[in-house]
Design a protein around this ligand. Structure first.
Ligand SMILES: NC(=O)c1ccc[n+]([C@@H]2O[C@H](COP(=O)([O-])OP(=O)(O)OC[C@H]3O[C@@H](n4cnc5c(N)ncnc54)[C@H](OP(=O)(O)O)[C@@H]3O)[C@@H](O)[C@H]2O)c1
Length: 414
Protein backbone atom coordinates (compact mmCIF):
# COMPACT_ATOMS: atom_id res chain seq x y z
CA UNK A 1 0.00 0.00 0.00
CA UNK A 2 2.83 2.35 0.93
CA UNK A 3 4.58 1.67 -2.38
CA UNK A 4 1.34 2.37 -4.23
CA UNK A 5 0.82 5.64 -2.33
CA UNK A 6 4.41 6.69 -3.06
CA UNK A 7 3.99 5.83 -6.73
CA UNK A 8 0.74 7.84 -6.96
CA UNK A 9 2.34 10.79 -5.17
CA UNK A 10 5.27 10.79 -7.60
CA UNK A 11 2.84 10.55 -10.50
CA UNK A 12 0.88 13.51 -9.11
CA UNK A 13 4.03 15.60 -8.62
CA UNK A 14 5.17 14.85 -12.12
CA UNK A 15 1.67 15.69 -13.42
CA UNK A 16 1.81 19.06 -11.62
CA UNK A 17 5.16 19.85 -13.13
CA UNK A 18 4.67 18.45 -16.59
CA UNK A 19 1.10 19.46 -17.28
CA UNK A 20 1.97 23.09 -16.81
CA UNK A 21 0.00 23.47 -13.56
CA UNK A 22 3.17 24.97 -12.13
CA UNK A 23 6.44 25.91 -13.74
CA UNK A 24 9.27 23.97 -12.24
CA UNK A 25 11.81 26.48 -11.01
CA UNK A 26 15.31 26.07 -9.66
CA UNK A 27 15.44 28.01 -6.42
CA UNK A 28 18.65 28.80 -4.58
CA UNK A 29 18.14 29.00 -0.80
CA UNK A 30 20.61 29.75 2.00
CA UNK A 31 20.04 28.96 5.68
CA UNK A 32 18.36 25.63 4.88
CA UNK A 33 19.81 24.05 8.05
CA UNK A 34 17.73 26.58 10.05
CA UNK A 35 14.05 27.05 10.91
CA UNK A 36 12.89 29.44 8.16
CA UNK A 37 15.20 28.14 5.40
CA UNK A 38 14.31 24.46 5.93
CA UNK A 39 10.60 25.37 5.94
CA UNK A 40 10.92 27.24 2.64
CA UNK A 41 12.97 24.43 1.08
CA UNK A 42 10.48 21.73 2.18
CA UNK A 43 7.54 23.64 0.73
CA UNK A 44 9.23 24.60 -2.55
CA UNK A 45 10.24 20.95 -3.00
CA UNK A 46 6.69 19.89 -2.21
CA UNK A 47 5.46 22.18 -4.98
CA UNK A 48 7.72 20.26 -7.37
CA UNK A 49 10.53 22.82 -7.63
CA UNK A 50 14.25 22.09 -7.57
CA UNK A 51 16.15 23.53 -4.57
CA UNK A 52 19.84 24.36 -4.57
CA UNK A 53 20.72 24.75 -0.88
CA UNK A 54 23.88 26.69 -0.09
CA UNK A 55 25.11 25.36 3.26
CA UNK A 56 28.21 25.97 5.33
CA UNK A 57 29.88 23.26 7.46
CA UNK A 58 28.02 20.49 5.69
CA UNK A 59 30.28 18.98 3.00
CA UNK A 60 28.18 15.83 2.53
CA UNK A 61 24.88 17.75 2.66
CA UNK A 62 23.48 15.40 5.33
CA UNK A 63 22.71 18.09 7.92
CA UNK A 64 20.83 20.11 5.31
CA UNK A 65 18.84 17.11 4.04
CA UNK A 66 17.96 16.11 7.59
CA UNK A 67 16.76 19.66 8.33
CA UNK A 68 14.49 19.60 5.27
CA UNK A 69 13.11 16.19 6.27
CA UNK A 70 12.36 17.52 9.76
CA UNK A 71 10.66 20.57 8.26
CA UNK A 72 8.55 18.29 6.04
CA UNK A 73 7.36 16.49 9.18
CA UNK A 74 6.75 19.86 10.84
CA UNK A 75 4.52 20.83 7.91
CA UNK A 76 2.84 17.40 7.75
CA UNK A 77 4.36 16.83 4.31
CA UNK A 78 4.96 13.15 3.67
CA UNK A 79 8.63 12.43 2.85
CA UNK A 80 7.32 10.25 0.05
CA UNK A 81 5.67 13.30 -1.54
CA UNK A 82 9.11 14.84 -2.20
CA UNK A 83 11.34 14.04 -5.12
CA UNK A 84 14.58 14.11 -3.11
CA UNK A 85 16.75 14.25 -6.21
CA UNK A 86 15.40 17.81 -6.58
CA UNK A 87 17.36 18.84 -3.48
CA UNK A 88 21.00 19.65 -4.24
CA UNK A 89 23.29 20.80 -1.45
CA UNK A 90 26.21 23.03 -2.45
CA UNK A 91 28.89 23.90 0.13
CA UNK A 92 29.56 27.58 0.74
CA UNK A 93 32.31 29.37 2.58
CA UNK A 94 30.85 32.80 3.30
CA UNK A 95 34.36 34.25 3.48
CA UNK A 96 34.90 33.18 -0.14
CA UNK A 97 31.52 33.79 -1.75
CA UNK A 98 33.15 34.54 -5.09
CA UNK A 99 34.21 30.86 -5.35
CA UNK A 100 30.56 30.24 -6.27
CA UNK A 101 31.18 31.69 -9.73
CA UNK A 102 32.65 28.25 -10.59
CA UNK A 103 29.37 26.53 -9.67
CA UNK A 104 27.87 24.76 -12.71
CA UNK A 105 24.31 25.14 -11.35
CA UNK A 106 24.37 28.99 -11.49
CA UNK A 107 22.89 29.35 -15.00
CA UNK A 108 19.91 27.18 -13.99
CA UNK A 109 18.94 29.36 -10.98
CA UNK A 110 15.53 31.05 -11.47
CA UNK A 111 15.35 32.86 -8.10
CA UNK A 112 17.24 33.10 -4.83
CA UNK A 113 16.09 33.24 -1.20
CA UNK A 114 18.82 34.45 1.12
CA UNK A 115 17.83 33.36 4.60
CA UNK A 116 21.11 32.57 6.42
CA UNK A 117 22.15 35.24 8.89
CA UNK A 118 24.33 35.81 11.90
CA UNK A 119 21.74 36.39 14.62
CA UNK A 120 23.98 37.53 17.46
CA UNK A 121 23.05 40.66 19.43
CA UNK A 122 26.53 40.93 20.90
CA UNK A 123 28.65 43.96 20.04
CA UNK A 124 31.71 41.74 20.66
CA UNK A 125 30.74 39.92 17.43
CA UNK A 126 30.31 43.15 15.47
CA UNK A 127 32.91 42.36 12.79
CA UNK A 128 31.69 38.81 12.12
CA UNK A 129 28.02 39.86 12.05
CA UNK A 130 28.62 42.65 9.56
CA UNK A 131 30.93 40.40 7.49
CA UNK A 132 28.16 37.79 7.22
CA UNK A 133 25.01 39.89 7.08
CA UNK A 134 26.24 42.85 5.05
CA UNK A 135 29.38 41.86 3.10
CA UNK A 136 28.60 38.21 2.27
CA UNK A 137 25.00 39.10 1.32
CA UNK A 138 26.23 41.82 -1.06
CA UNK A 139 28.77 39.41 -2.58
CA UNK A 140 26.14 36.69 -3.03
CA UNK A 141 23.84 39.21 -4.71
CA UNK A 142 26.63 40.27 -7.09
CA UNK A 143 27.58 36.67 -7.96
CA UNK A 144 23.95 35.99 -8.92
CA UNK A 145 23.60 39.32 -10.70
CA UNK A 146 26.69 38.65 -12.83
CA UNK A 147 26.75 34.85 -13.24
CA UNK A 148 23.15 33.65 -12.97
CA UNK A 149 21.55 35.30 -16.02
CA UNK A 150 18.23 33.49 -15.52
CA UNK A 151 17.87 34.50 -11.87
CA UNK A 152 14.83 36.77 -11.84
CA UNK A 153 14.79 37.95 -8.23
CA UNK A 154 16.85 38.04 -5.02
CA UNK A 155 14.60 37.60 -1.96
CA UNK A 156 16.18 38.68 1.28
CA UNK A 157 14.71 37.60 4.61
CA UNK A 158 15.31 40.51 6.97
CA UNK A 159 13.53 41.47 10.19
CA UNK A 160 10.62 43.82 10.84
CA UNK A 161 12.68 45.41 13.65
CA UNK A 162 15.07 47.29 11.30
CA UNK A 163 12.67 50.21 11.82
CA UNK A 164 14.24 50.71 15.23
CA UNK A 165 12.83 51.92 18.52
CA UNK A 166 12.00 55.50 17.65
CA UNK A 167 9.37 54.84 14.97
CA UNK A 168 5.67 55.04 15.88
CA UNK A 169 4.77 52.80 12.95
CA UNK A 170 7.21 50.65 10.99
CA UNK A 171 6.36 50.96 7.33
CA UNK A 172 7.32 48.86 4.31
CA UNK A 173 10.18 51.07 3.16
CA UNK A 174 13.86 51.65 3.92
CA UNK A 175 14.09 53.38 7.27
CA UNK A 176 16.10 56.51 7.67
CA UNK A 177 17.60 57.40 11.05
CA UNK A 178 16.37 54.28 12.89
CA UNK A 179 17.32 53.86 16.55
CA UNK A 180 19.05 50.47 16.54
CA UNK A 181 20.26 48.83 19.72
CA UNK A 182 22.11 45.68 18.74
CA UNK A 183 24.42 44.26 16.10
CA UNK A 184 21.73 42.00 14.61
CA UNK A 185 19.30 44.88 14.05
CA UNK A 186 22.05 47.20 12.78
CA UNK A 187 23.61 44.71 10.37
CA UNK A 188 20.18 43.75 8.99
CA UNK A 189 19.35 47.44 8.47
CA UNK A 190 22.67 48.05 6.71
CA UNK A 191 22.08 45.01 4.48
CA UNK A 192 18.59 46.17 3.51
CA UNK A 193 19.95 49.60 2.61
CA UNK A 194 22.78 48.11 0.57
CA UNK A 195 20.40 45.77 -1.31
CA UNK A 196 18.01 48.65 -1.90
CA UNK A 197 20.80 50.53 -3.71
CA UNK A 198 22.07 47.45 -5.58
CA UNK A 199 18.56 46.45 -6.64
CA UNK A 200 18.02 49.86 -8.23
CA UNK A 201 21.46 50.11 -9.83
CA UNK A 202 22.05 46.54 -11.00
CA UNK A 203 20.15 44.00 -13.11
CA UNK A 204 18.76 41.66 -10.45
CA UNK A 205 15.49 42.76 -8.75
CA UNK A 206 15.26 42.58 -4.95
CA UNK A 207 12.48 41.73 -2.52
CA UNK A 208 13.08 42.37 1.16
CA UNK A 209 10.68 40.32 3.28
CA UNK A 210 10.63 41.25 6.95
CA UNK A 211 9.01 38.85 9.44
CA UNK A 212 8.27 40.01 12.99
CA UNK A 213 8.65 37.10 15.45
CA UNK A 214 8.35 33.73 13.74
CA UNK A 215 6.75 31.01 15.86
CA UNK A 216 5.79 27.37 15.33
CA UNK A 217 3.42 25.83 12.83
CA UNK A 218 -0.17 26.52 13.89
CA UNK A 219 -1.32 22.94 13.33
CA UNK A 220 1.69 20.86 14.37
CA UNK A 221 3.35 23.41 16.68
CA UNK A 222 6.71 22.56 15.09
CA UNK A 223 9.23 25.33 15.72
CA UNK A 224 12.38 23.79 14.32
CA UNK A 225 15.55 24.68 16.12
CA UNK A 226 14.26 28.11 17.00
CA UNK A 227 15.40 29.73 20.23
CA UNK A 228 14.89 33.25 18.98
CA UNK A 229 12.36 35.98 19.84
CA UNK A 230 9.47 34.75 21.99
CA UNK A 231 11.16 31.38 22.47
CA UNK A 232 14.24 32.86 24.12
CA UNK A 233 12.07 34.38 26.86
CA UNK A 234 10.20 31.10 27.39
CA UNK A 235 13.53 29.22 27.41
CA UNK A 236 14.83 31.54 30.15
CA UNK A 237 11.65 30.98 32.22
CA UNK A 238 11.93 27.23 31.65
CA UNK A 239 15.50 27.21 32.89
CA UNK A 240 14.32 29.01 36.02
CA UNK A 241 11.65 26.39 36.56
CA UNK A 242 14.24 23.63 36.03
CA UNK A 243 16.21 25.30 38.86
CA UNK A 244 13.14 25.16 41.11
CA UNK A 245 11.56 28.62 40.68
CA UNK A 246 7.76 28.56 41.17
CA UNK A 247 7.13 32.30 41.10
CA UNK A 248 8.70 34.60 38.55
CA UNK A 249 8.35 38.37 38.28
CA UNK A 250 9.12 39.96 34.95
CA UNK A 251 9.66 43.64 34.33
CA UNK A 252 7.32 43.92 31.34
CA UNK A 253 4.34 46.10 30.49
CA UNK A 254 0.83 44.70 30.59
CA UNK A 255 -0.51 46.54 27.53
CA UNK A 256 2.26 45.56 25.12
CA UNK A 257 1.30 43.22 22.29
CA UNK A 258 3.30 40.37 20.89
CA UNK A 259 3.55 40.45 17.09
CA UNK A 260 4.04 36.80 16.24
CA UNK A 261 3.59 35.06 12.92
CA UNK A 262 3.39 31.27 12.58
CA UNK A 263 5.91 29.72 10.22
CA UNK A 264 3.14 28.35 7.98
CA UNK A 265 1.75 31.87 7.37
CA UNK A 266 5.21 33.21 6.58
CA UNK A 267 5.91 30.37 4.15
CA UNK A 268 2.50 30.57 2.51
CA UNK A 269 2.93 34.28 1.75
CA UNK A 270 6.54 33.71 0.62
CA UNK A 271 5.42 31.02 -1.84
CA UNK A 272 2.70 33.32 -3.19
CA UNK A 273 5.26 36.11 -3.66
CA UNK A 274 7.47 33.69 -5.57
CA UNK A 275 4.56 32.86 -7.90
CA UNK A 276 3.89 36.57 -8.53
CA UNK A 277 7.51 37.27 -9.41
CA UNK A 278 6.81 38.65 -12.89
CA UNK A 279 4.31 41.22 -11.57
CA UNK A 280 6.61 42.71 -8.97
CA UNK A 281 8.61 45.92 -9.03
CA UNK A 282 12.39 46.21 -9.23
CA UNK A 283 12.87 46.69 -5.49
CA UNK A 284 10.15 45.83 -3.02
CA UNK A 285 9.90 45.79 0.75
CA UNK A 286 7.24 43.88 2.65
CA UNK A 287 6.53 43.42 6.33
CA UNK A 288 5.44 39.85 7.11
CA UNK A 289 3.62 40.63 10.34
CA UNK A 290 0.37 39.92 12.15
CA UNK A 291 -2.24 42.65 11.76
CA UNK A 292 -3.87 41.80 15.07
CA UNK A 293 -1.73 40.56 17.94
CA UNK A 294 -2.41 39.15 21.37
CA UNK A 295 -0.98 40.88 24.44
CA UNK A 296 2.36 39.57 25.68
CA UNK A 297 0.61 38.71 28.95
CA UNK A 298 -1.39 36.09 27.02
CA UNK A 299 1.84 34.20 26.22
CA UNK A 300 2.94 34.53 29.85
CA UNK A 301 -0.46 33.31 31.04
CA UNK A 302 -0.14 30.27 28.76
CA UNK A 303 3.39 29.54 30.01
CA UNK A 304 2.28 29.81 33.64
CA UNK A 305 -0.66 27.46 33.02
CA UNK A 306 1.46 24.84 31.27
CA UNK A 307 4.25 24.95 33.85
CA UNK A 308 1.91 25.46 36.79
CA UNK A 309 3.86 28.46 38.05
CA UNK A 310 3.00 32.06 38.87
CA UNK A 311 4.28 34.79 36.56
CA UNK A 312 3.69 38.38 37.65
CA UNK A 313 4.71 41.70 36.20
CA UNK A 314 6.85 44.05 38.23
CA UNK A 315 10.37 44.70 39.44
CA UNK A 316 12.46 41.52 39.77
CA UNK A 317 12.17 40.10 43.29
CA UNK A 318 14.22 36.94 43.55
CA UNK A 319 17.78 36.19 42.52
CA UNK A 320 16.51 34.12 39.68
CA UNK A 321 14.27 36.97 38.43
CA UNK A 322 17.42 39.05 38.27
CA UNK A 323 19.27 36.32 36.40
CA UNK A 324 16.46 36.08 33.83
CA UNK A 325 16.52 39.85 33.39
CA UNK A 326 20.27 39.85 33.05
CA UNK A 327 20.35 37.07 30.45
CA UNK A 328 17.28 38.22 28.53
CA UNK A 329 17.87 41.96 28.83
CA UNK A 330 18.20 42.51 25.06
CA UNK A 331 14.98 40.67 24.23
CA UNK A 332 13.13 42.19 27.19
CA UNK A 333 13.86 45.60 25.72
CA UNK A 334 11.96 44.56 22.59
CA UNK A 335 9.20 42.89 24.62
CA UNK A 336 8.62 46.09 26.61
CA UNK A 337 8.07 48.17 23.48
CA UNK A 338 4.77 48.58 21.67
CA UNK A 339 5.62 47.80 18.03
CA UNK A 340 3.27 48.77 15.23
CA UNK A 341 3.81 47.66 11.65
CA UNK A 342 2.02 48.19 8.37
CA UNK A 343 1.69 45.46 5.75
CA UNK A 344 -0.56 47.10 3.15
CA UNK A 345 2.00 46.58 0.39
CA UNK A 346 2.20 42.84 0.92
CA UNK A 347 -1.59 42.66 1.08
CA UNK A 348 -1.93 44.66 -2.14
CA UNK A 349 0.61 42.61 -4.08
CA UNK A 350 -0.86 39.28 -2.99
CA UNK A 351 -4.47 40.46 -3.23
CA UNK A 352 -7.02 37.81 -2.24
CA UNK A 353 -4.20 35.25 -1.95
CA UNK A 354 -2.68 37.10 1.04
CA UNK A 355 -2.74 34.84 4.10
CA UNK A 356 -3.40 36.97 7.18
CA UNK A 357 -2.25 35.82 10.59
CA UNK A 358 -5.18 35.25 12.92
CA UNK A 359 -3.63 34.25 16.20
CA UNK A 360 -6.03 32.98 18.83
CA UNK A 361 -5.44 31.94 22.42
CA UNK A 362 -5.94 28.27 21.53
CA UNK A 363 -3.49 28.35 18.61
CA UNK A 364 -0.86 30.12 20.70
CA UNK A 365 -1.41 27.68 23.57
CA UNK A 366 -0.82 24.74 21.23
CA UNK A 367 2.35 26.27 19.77
CA UNK A 368 3.84 27.18 23.16
CA UNK A 369 2.88 23.80 24.66
CA UNK A 370 4.68 21.98 21.83
CA UNK A 371 7.83 24.07 22.36
CA UNK A 372 7.83 23.41 26.10
CA UNK A 373 7.16 19.70 25.56
CA UNK A 374 10.14 19.50 23.20
CA UNK A 375 12.39 21.48 25.56
CA UNK A 376 11.43 19.36 28.54
CA UNK A 377 12.21 16.18 26.63
CA UNK A 378 15.68 14.92 25.84
CA UNK A 379 17.45 18.19 25.10
CA UNK A 380 16.64 20.07 28.30
CA UNK A 381 19.95 19.38 30.11
CA UNK A 382 21.95 20.39 27.05
CA UNK A 383 19.98 23.60 26.57
CA UNK A 384 20.34 24.35 30.26
CA UNK A 385 24.09 23.98 29.96
CA UNK A 386 24.08 26.34 26.97
CA UNK A 387 22.03 28.84 28.96
CA UNK A 388 24.38 28.64 31.96
CA UNK A 389 27.38 29.19 29.70
CA UNK A 390 25.94 32.58 28.72
CA UNK A 391 25.84 33.79 32.31
CA UNK A 392 28.48 36.07 33.74
CA UNK A 393 30.26 35.17 37.02
CA UNK A 394 27.94 37.27 39.21
CA UNK A 395 24.83 35.69 37.67
CA UNK A 396 26.34 32.21 38.10
CA UNK A 397 26.99 32.87 41.80
CA UNK A 398 23.45 34.26 42.18
CA UNK A 399 22.01 31.19 40.51
CA UNK A 400 24.12 28.89 42.67
CA UNK A 401 22.94 30.65 45.85
CA UNK A 402 19.37 30.46 44.61
CA UNK A 403 19.66 26.69 43.98
CA UNK A 404 21.23 26.21 47.44
CA UNK A 405 18.38 28.12 49.08
CA UNK A 406 15.81 26.06 47.14
CA UNK A 407 17.39 22.77 48.19
CA UNK A 408 17.55 23.96 51.85
CA UNK A 409 13.85 24.89 51.68
CA UNK A 410 13.05 21.49 50.15
CA UNK A 411 15.00 19.71 52.92
CA UNK A 412 13.20 21.74 55.62
CA UNK A 413 9.82 20.96 54.05
CA UNK A 414 10.72 17.25 53.87
N1 LIG B 1 13.06 33.23 13.80
C1 LIG B 1 12.54 34.44 13.86
O1 LIG B 1 11.74 34.76 14.76
C2 LIG B 1 12.91 35.48 12.82
C3 LIG B 1 12.25 36.71 12.84
C4 LIG B 1 12.56 37.67 11.89
C5 LIG B 1 13.52 37.40 10.94
N2 LIG B 1 14.16 36.21 10.94
C6 LIG B 1 15.20 35.99 9.92
O2 LIG B 1 15.04 34.71 9.36
C7 LIG B 1 16.32 34.19 9.00
C8 LIG B 1 16.45 32.77 9.51
O3 LIG B 1 16.14 32.72 10.87
P1 LIG B 1 15.87 31.32 11.57
O4 LIG B 1 14.87 31.55 12.63
O5 LIG B 1 15.64 30.29 10.56
O6 LIG B 1 17.27 31.07 12.28
P2 LIG B 1 18.04 29.70 12.55
O7 LIG B 1 17.11 28.57 12.71
O8 LIG B 1 19.01 29.99 13.64
O9 LIG B 1 18.86 29.47 11.19
C9 LIG B 1 19.89 30.35 10.84
C10 LIG B 1 20.52 29.87 9.54
O10 LIG B 1 21.56 30.78 9.20
C11 LIG B 1 22.82 30.10 9.21
N3 LIG B 1 23.80 30.92 9.91
C12 LIG B 1 23.77 31.32 11.20
N4 LIG B 1 24.86 32.06 11.49
C13 LIG B 1 25.58 32.13 10.36
C14 LIG B 1 26.81 32.75 10.03
N5 LIG B 1 27.51 33.45 10.91
N6 LIG B 1 27.26 32.58 8.78
C15 LIG B 1 26.57 31.87 7.89
N7 LIG B 1 25.40 31.25 8.13
C16 LIG B 1 24.92 31.39 9.36
C17 LIG B 1 22.61 28.82 9.96
O11 LIG B 1 23.53 27.86 9.46
P3 LIG B 1 24.26 26.81 10.42
O12 LIG B 1 23.26 25.71 10.63
O13 LIG B 1 25.44 26.38 9.65
O14 LIG B 1 24.61 27.53 11.69
C18 LIG B 1 21.15 28.50 9.63
O15 LIG B 1 21.06 27.86 8.39
C19 LIG B 1 17.36 35.16 9.52
O16 LIG B 1 17.79 35.96 8.45
C20 LIG B 1 16.60 36.00 10.51
O17 LIG B 1 17.11 37.30 10.57
C21 LIG B 1 13.89 35.23 11.85
Amino acid sequence: VLALVQFLQKLWNSYLVNEGRIDMKTILITGVTGFVGSSLAANFLHQGHRVVALSRHDPEGERTKQAVKTACTGFSISHAAINWSNLVVVPIDYKRVNDLTQQPSLPSIDEAWHVAAEMTYSSKKFVGAFQQNLTATGELYEVLNDHAPNCRRFYYISTAYTGGFSKKVIEERIHTNPQLVNVYQASKWATETSLFIKGHEMRLPVTILRPSIVIGHEQTGWSGYNSFGMYSLIAAILTGVEQGAREITLDLKEAVKNNVIPINDLVENALKLSEKDALQEKVEIFNAVAVESLPLTTSLDIVSKILNIKISLGRPKTLFDRVIHSVGRHNLEFARTEWKFTNDRLMTVLGPEFKPTCMTYDKLFHIIAKFIEKRQAAHAPFKQAAFLKKLGLVAKIALHKFAQRRSKEAQETA
